[in-house]
Write a protein that binds this ligand. Sequence first.
Ligand SMILES: CC(C)(COP(=O)(O)OP(=O)(O)OC[C@H]1O[C@@H](n2cnc3c(N)ncnc32)[C@H](O)[C@@H]1OP(=O)(O)O)[C@@H](O)C(=O)NCCC(=O)NCCS
Length: 240
Amino acid sequence: MRATVKVLARRAEVFPEGQLVVHEEFRGLRKPIASLSLQRFNYDGDPSDLPTWQALSGTDGTFADTYCPDGNALAMMSIGILPELHKQGLANRLIDAALVLACELDVEHLMGSYRPSQLGAYMVENVDGSPEFYIQARRADGLPLDPWLRALTRKGMELIRYDAEAMKIEVPLRQFNEYRLTPGMRSRVRHLATSDAGEIWLCGATGHFEINDRSVVYREANVWGKIGRLGFVSGGSAAT
Ligand SMILES: CC(C)(COP(=O)(O)OP(=O)(O)OC[C@H]1O[C@@H](n2cnc3c(N)ncnc32)[C@H](O)[C@@H]1OP(=O)(O)O)[C@@H](O)C(=O)NCCC(=O)NCCS
């Protein structure tokens, strides 16, 4: 459920300032090692009017038909750091860059429909768990259990609304079966339960699959959060 290179390239055409990338110099080459993708839209201040993540990303995920050039809000849509470079402060640096961008563009709100980075792993390990519970779960120090929500909370992010159907994608049964049998996936994909919606399968990704005799639907929950105006003064160096 990751954005393809083509989709990311199109986002960079639609909203170039909002596609933040950290590069590393290696033997004269600039290699991207971390990125944060932002969308610009209008927020009326009423959490119940917020769109789903999928609606905000546009019909093809490129932001093309939903980007609002004079929108009063920025939404962090997705972040990715090379796994070998986790826990070195890159997420922190990218959030700082988003705060700087929010100031530069003079928007009122910096927010996001955040995909909890470890929700998939949590759901696989906790058969009776739920996304709502995990999103609210805290460590002993009071910070969220989830790494991405934790990094955001350190910057003043407050949860404002559960995005129950952030992403909903229908896939052919054949595609699901191919995916389920690929090496590396076999051990992660497993049957969880039978519900009115059909058979529920987990796959280690944030969401789950619902399978019935008509369709296979991937469904994912996220959470909307907002960094208050005060957070905007935290500053930091913009990513390059
Ligand atoms: C979630 C994610 C973005 C976090 O990125 P990260 O760069 O590892 O985050 P940071 O380095 O800023 O912070 C992570 C931890 O490392 C610590 N840290 C930061 N710099 C450090 C350093 N130099 N030495 C030791 N620890 C450090 C932070 O304090 C933080 O500690 P915590 O675990 O107590 O919260 C990253 O794991 C990721 O890309 N995951 C996969 C993609 C994903 O799921 N994205 C979210 C949904 S789109």
